[in-house]
Design a binder for this molecule. Sequence first.
Ligand code: NAI
Ligand code: MG
Length: 362
Amino acid sequence: ANKKLLVLPGDGIGPEVMREVGRVVGWLGRERGVRFDISEDLVGGASVDAYGVPIRDEVVAAAKAADAVLFGAVGGPKWKDVPFELRPEVAILRLRQELELFANLRPATVLDPLVDASTLKPDVVRGLDIMIVRETVGGIYFGEPRGIEDLPGGGQRGINTEIYTTSEIERVARVAFDLARVRGGKLCSVEKSNVMESGLLWKQVVTALGERDYPDVELSHMLADNCAMQLVRNPRQFDVIVTGNLFGDLLSDLASMLTGSLGMLPSATLGGVLPDGRRPALYEPIHGSAPDIAGTRQANPLAQILSFAMLLRYSLKMEAEAAMIEAACTRVLSSGLRTADIMSPGMARVSTSVMGEAVLRE
Ligand code: NAI
Ligand code: MG
């Protein structure tokens, strides 16, 4: 049977960059005989305007039934002052929760033609290719107790609790070990086991899992503050990094800036394997809906196209096609084409659709 994809372009530049993925999908059908069952729907502000909610139950159900979800971006100034449950971002939060997408994969890759876009020196980042795996449904953002309490003597206290269980740690670590196995064979587990009990358990569980099931993967441990320093000092020492929700949030944003181009970075969020063998997964660029440039044909479509390449690799096991799309993106950049966000002297500035067409040609 054809693989089922749910496409959710969202708001702002979301639909603009998704259109360029459509070209690639069309090409795969025509030239390689790869057919998908694709359905498309509204999410975010577009759904608020059309249906009064950021995501409909039918769309959540379709996401659960799909082999993978390709997401654009949601949000914008138009929906800034609405009640929380009507905020466009609720769409992505609900999908993460209902599909139990617990492992967020954030590659930070420096493509050769863009080595000068990095905030670091070219010789520090040339060839950089790291993958940060962040736990996304547990940890301090979700732990109980939480809240703001009045103190008897006056004043208040704000409480958040970091809780991680063995199974929560194991399932995300397994994703990271599996990735390390097919990449450079190295995994670095990051926590603060020196000052946090949840971090100590994290380290113990990852160590035990490594010894038991992944003796072929070279496992190391690093404290989160040191990891932040090492990512800036010598980022190429890392292959795969696995960490909890809070540290992963910070470190993955830090790592993305090493590459210097928001419009280039894809991501994936994976859930657990279901009884029928499918694994819920959502792919999206890390950038938002960029309302400041929406409608101006300036958006860089490469992050969305590379998110589709990740979908092919991780959800559909189409490694050859994924690698082909990635190589095409690199060749387009080598040929000197740039969207505004990655423009540099001597390069040719092109629009969203010209960039998409160029990828297709390559
Ligand atoms: P943003 O990522 O949308 O934009 C930040 C800056 O980068 C802007 O100057 C924008 O023009 C530029 N930029 C982003 N993607 C680009 C691309 N593909 N090509 C060229 N330039 C690009 O982040 P911002 O401005 O903080 O948020 C805008 C809206 O997006 C907000 O409503 C926010 O809530 C939402 N957002 C949604 C996300 C999602 O859907 N997962 C993630 C992040 C933000
Ligand atoms: Mg963040």
